[in-house]
Every structure is written in C-alpha cells, then in structure tokens.
Design a protein around this ligand. Structure first.
Ligand code: ATP
Length: 327
C-alpha cells in the first residue's frame, strides 16, 4: 500500500456530533483517475473537503489520510500548507461562484501565481497566459482582462482548472466539474481533464453522480452509500457486472448508453437514501435492496475483496448475478 499517492484509511467524520462518513477507506495511485460516485447526500463532497482540510471547525475526524507519505491529520501546519498549497488542489461545481465577479480573472490568477512563485510581474503574466493556453482558452491575454460575466460557464471552469494547476499538483479533486455545464462543454472539460492527467501524470479524484462522465474518464470507480464505500472496482467491471446491488441499481436507473451523447445521469432508484446520522441496522442499503435476506438486516457487512479484484460491501456479493450495461 506504500506506493499510493493518497490513502484514506478508516475515516470517520462527524460535524457538530452528527456522523456523516463512516469507516471510509480508499486509495488513489500516482497518475490514477478515479471516480467517486453516489446519490446526493452520500458524502462525496465531504470526502473531498476532508482530504483538503476544508471542514468547518465543529468537524471531528478519525482515521488516517496519508498523502505522499504524510499523514494529513497529524502533520504540522507548515507541512499541511505546503502540501495543500502545492501538491493537492480541488475544483468545484459552480466555477463562477469560486471566482470574484468584480475583479478581472487575470488579477485572480496572478494572485495565485504570486502566492506560489516568487517571480517578477511580467513573468507571472507569461505563466498565467501559458496556463490559460494549456486549458484551451484562446487569446489568453484578452481573457486575463475579462470579468466572469463576460465568460461562459465552460470558460470559467477552464480558468478554475488553470488556477488549480498553478502549483503543479499531483492530485486534483474535481467535485462535479461539469454538472453546471451543457453537454457539449461537459465533453470538452472531460477531454481537458483526460489530457492533463495523461500529459502531466496528474492523479484525479473525480466526484460525480454522472456515470457517463465517470466511465469516460476513470479507470476505477468508488461508490459511496450513506457515508460508506460499498464498492471499489475497475470501471469496466462495474459496467459489465456490478457486484453490489447499489451500483447495480444506479446503473439500472441510469440512462447510461456508452454509444450515445446523452447526459447519462441516473434518474433515481426506488426508496429514499439512508441518513448517515441514523443509519439502518445491518447493511445500510438493505431497506432499498431487492436482494436482501434476513442476514442483511442483522449483520454489518465489511468491505471485502470480490471476484474481480475489487472490493464490495455486501454479504451476498458472490452469489448474486447482477447484470451490467451492454458494452
Ligand atoms: N457542514 C455540514 N454540517 C452538517 N451536515 C453536513 C454539512 N455538510 C454536509 N452535510 C451533510 O452530509 C451529507 C453528505 O453531504 P455531501 O455534500 O458530502 O454529499 P454529496 O454526496 O456530495 O451530495 P451532492 O451530490 O448533493 O453534492 C449530507 O446529508 C449533507 O446534508
């Protein structure tokens, strides 16, 4: 396990005494592009914020988060600043909300460059232009003088990605980076992330509820349900033959079609998501699971190796024959 860039182990998170993430464990290797999926409220964003150390003061965290060999939960403030400022970056769903509306975007990018690199202004401008070209923005010098209201959502997201790249991160946590964008622009942002991952060896943790996005970009998918990992497996295996009834239900409920350009968002599955503050006894998914047995109500399943070299949290994962989506 030592060669993982990020290793989250038995993470428990509570905010104001309310448990929200439970026994969460996963890894991301150097250069790996991994999806983190689940319905709204399953804990995806909180997982990203916990790794970034962006939690409110009333949060309590247990477990370990090791990034490039350093435990982020016990590291000194200096170490954390260095890692979180330089090697770890996060981008969010609403790029416009992350940018200041009354300052030219160039000023905001130059602030980030200045915070990371001690270079003269002309060189900082060159560096900002170079980053804007790298994220596919035409006419970077003109873009530097623009305000967010003059730019499209896709352009704002490219600018956020450029700002995340200033510090040459090894891991980018991208939280629903395409959700607020129309389908054509979504595809362009996915292509951009794909190119950056390949060219820079950048590891990406892609948070999404969109199976299409995840299947195009990610080699592995981690599925969260009610603050827990229920499945962690290669994307092709998940699509071909899910081992856990929750990702299976997500696939069935989705309009995933690997040959079409539709938005491929899942349309919801029967029943309401369980509340991590008051999780059901036994398997947290059992109240919604069409495959449950009495044992599922009583015993808490562990996340265990499955027959695909993945991990599954289901007592019945070896006996269930769940169908995926056509290749
Ligand atoms: N600061 C907070 N204080 C208390 N509860 C919170 C806080 N932030 C999030 N939660 C709760 O934690 C749970 C997980 O939230 P999170 O935002 O991680 O979900 P998500 O999977 O990212 O969902 P979405 O797709 O809607 O963004 C939700 O029930 C949410 O209401």
């Amino acid at each position: 396990m030592g060669d993982h860039l990020l290793e989250v182990d038995q993470l428990h998170l509570a905010i104001g005494g309310t448990p929200l993430l439970a026994d969460l464990s996963f890894t991301v290797a150097e250069g790996e592009v991994v999806g983190l999926v689940g319905e709204s409220g399953s804990g995806k964003t909180l997982t990203g914020l916990t790794v970034m150390g962006l939690l409110p003061p009333e949060a309590t965290v247990e477990g370990t988060i090791t990034f490039a060999g350093t435990d982020l939960l016990t590291a000194s403030p200096d170490q954390l600043r260095r890692l979180r400022g330089n090697e770890l970056s996060m981008i969010f769903q609403e790029p416009r909300a992350s940018l200041h509306p009354a300052r030219p975007v160039g000023r905001q990018i130059l602030d980030v460059v200045a915070a990371h690199e001690n270079v003269p202004k002309a060189q900082a401008v060159d560096r900002a232009c170079d980053l804007l070209s790298q994220v596919g923005l035409p006419n970077p010098r003109r873009t530097l003088t623009a305000y967010t209201h003059e730019l499209s959502g896709g352009m704002c997201q490219r600018i956020m990605i450029a700002m995340a790249l200033v510090c040459r991160p090894r891991l980018l946590i991208a939280d629903e980076p395409t959700t607020a964008l129309d389908v054509t622009i979504q595809a362009q942002i996915i292509d951009l992330l794909h190119r950056l991952a390949e060219e820079r060896g950048l590891a990406v943790l892609l948070i999404s509820h969109n199976l299409g996005v995840v299947s195009e970009l990610c080699s592995r998918v981690i599925t969260l349900y009610c603050g827990q990992v229920v499945s962690d497996t290669r994307t092709d295996n998940l699509l071909r033959r899910p081992r856990h009834p929750y990702p299976w239900a997500l696939l069935q409920a989705s309009t995933v079609d690997l040959d079409s350009d539709d938005t491929r968002e899942w349309t919801g599955i029967a029943g309401a998501p369980a509340n991590p503050a008051r999780p059901p006894a036994g398997c947290r998914f059992h109240p919604r699971c069409p495959h449950r047995r009495d044992a599922c109500v009583e015993a808490v399943p562990d996340l265990v190796p499955d027959d695909d070299n993945g991990l599954t949290r289901c007592l019945r994962h070896r006996e269930l024959e769940l169908t995926g989506v056509p290749a």
